[in-house]
Design a protein around this ligand. Structure first.
Ligand SMILES: CC(C)(COP(=O)(O)OP(=O)(O)OC[C@H]1O[C@@H](n2cnc3c(N)ncnc32)[C@H](O)[C@@H]1OP(=O)(O)O)[C@@H](O)C(=O)NCCC(=O)NCCS
Length: 437
């Protein structure tokens, strides 16, 4: 591998903890502004511990933060396709590249197990994401996907899958430009192979394969601070099954709270309250697309969804994605829409429970129903479906319902990044219209 300094454990949108004591408290945005984060991070770094890899990449560099003279747009121009490296990057001699065919049940199972055992954990190593096979297939076999972007590394001898990274194609609008991008996700290196600089090779290889398709930009998220976030968001959590969340250590009993008062606090009605609230169906795709495109237009960075994308990403898919809408009983117009995806976490080392069932807020649009009422209905259906917790980022207009609906702030942050695309100023979470899985 081409460089050899090491980096501590990273985590993405980690399944983090809620503190019932800070449940309804303010999240202090001043402390989390990008410049403060970058500054405190730089201060805490010794000169030798810089980003040896990321400093070589066309991403916003710390030294450029605040320099508004730099133009918005690609950092580097595309190179002629004939100049893109044709052979894969070198791996250590005991390992080989593999393209993971997610149509193959066997491969899908190998990917599932690699992630189940080695993917993102919270800081205390109590929970680890457990993306289902169905979810992985949905997340990776998207309209126009490239099999070559589903990249694995195997041990040559045993053929065991030891690392993984993926890209999927997406059109993402940044201000008024729609840019073809890759969304990079599921970067994972087996626990036994950590800190050996395998991740930079994986990232360079997926980048090379993205370039081969004449795509030069990417979007990704991570729990770690890298050069340089375009936005820093926070997860909020709404307890649906507070007793279990407390039993497994996901949340704590608040000061002066008893279990029964806590259960009462989070109790939800048995059925939804909005007239005309129903599950989305195939016939709703055009209306939902119009609603969503119109809504996402207000954010600085957002996907440019067409009907194919909406059908793929938002049509309900059992145990993967749920979508509901409000159809006016009088006019039959579709006026509101909400959705969430299913991402359980394994509970590590608990005698009584093995899985935390979490729903993650996805895309929501309210034009007639108050957003907090719409989201309260989403909470009610999530509760009916036996989810333990409903998570939401503070992106888009989510801040408008989080506190009212008794979400509490989590202890981790999720940073958003663009590869080879500069934006002039870091965004507030409310300027971001993009949710990555
Ligand atoms: C993330 C992971 C693949 C990194 O591998 P590693 O063995 O810890 O680190 P390596 O020695 O291979 O590489 C370190 C380099 O990768 C970078 N890196 C670490 N995590 C990263 C991430 N999530 N995204 C992009 N780059 C990352 C580091 O910043 C470092 O580069 P730098 O010197 O320029 O800062 C590994 O820790 C892992 O599988 N963690 C659990 C799953 C996870 O968190 N995945 C990322 C989800 S966003």
């Amino acid at each position: 591998m081409d460089d050899n300094n090491s980096q501590s454990e990273s985590s993405k949108s980690k399944p983090d903890l809620i503190d019932e004591n800070s449940e309804l408290s303010n999240s202090n945005n001043d402390d989390t502004s990008l410049e403060n984060i970058v500054r405190s991070f730089q201060d805490s770094m010794s000169v030798s511990k810089k980003h040896k890899f990321w400093e070589t990449q066309p991403v916003g560099q710390y030294k450029d933060v605040g320099d508004t003279n730099l133009p918005e747009g690609p950092i580097e121009p595309p190179t002629p396709l004939s100049e893109v490296k044709q052979e894969p990057y070198n791996l250590p001699s005991a390992y080989e590249w593999t393209t993971c065919d997610m149509d193959s049940e066997e491969t899908c199972n190998e990917v599932y197990l690699l992630l189940k055992n080695n993917y993102v954990e919270d800081d205390e190593n109590m929970f680890r994401f457990n993306y289902s096979k169905e979810f992985l297939t949905w997340a990776l076999r998207v309209p126009g996907y490239y099999k070559s972007w589903h990249i694995g590394v195997r041990a040559k001898g045993s053929k065991k899958l030891v690392a993984f990274i993926t890209g999927i194609p997406a059109r993402i609008r940044v201000n008024d430009k729609v840019v073809k991008m890759a969304e990079i996700n599921f970067l994972c290196v087996h626990k036994k192979l950590r800190s050996k600089r395998l991740a930079p090779v994986m990232i360079k290889e997926v980048t090379r394969r993205v370039h081969l398709e004449d795509i030069w930009q990417a979007a990704y998220t991570a729990g770690v601070v890298l050069p340089t976030p375009v936005a820093t968001c926070q997860y909020w959590h709404r307890s649906l099954n507070p007793k279990k969340l407390i039993d497994v250590g996901f949340s704590r009993l608040g000061a002066r709270m008893t279990m029964s008062r806590t259960i009462k606090l989070y109790k939800l009605p048995d059925s939804t309250v909005t007239n005309g609230f129903r599950k989305m169906e195939l016939r709703d795709v055009p209306a939902v697309t119009r609603l969503l495109r119109n809504y996402l237009g207000q954010f600085v960075v957002a996907p440019d969804f067409d009907e194919n994308d909406v059908e793929h990403w938002l049509l309900p898919h059992e145990d993967v994605v749920d979508s509901y809408l409000v159809e006016s009983p009088e006019t039959h117009e579709i006026t509101d829409f909400c959705s969430f995806y299913t991402l359980p976490s394994s509970i590590l080392g608990n005698q009584s429970y093995s899985t935390l069932k979490a729903a993650y807020s996805y895309y929501n649009v309210a034009t007639k129903t108050p957003l907090s009422q719409l989201m309260n209905d989403a909470l009610i259906v999530a509760k009916q479906k036996d989810f333990d917790v409903f998570n939401a980022l503070d992106v888009m207009q989510n801040e408008g319902f989080l506190k009212e609906l008794k979400f509490g702030p989590g202890d981790g942050q999720l940073h958003y990044y663009l590869y080879n695309y500069r934006i002039r100023n870091a965004l507030r979470p409310s300027e971001l219209g993009l949710v990555l899985l």
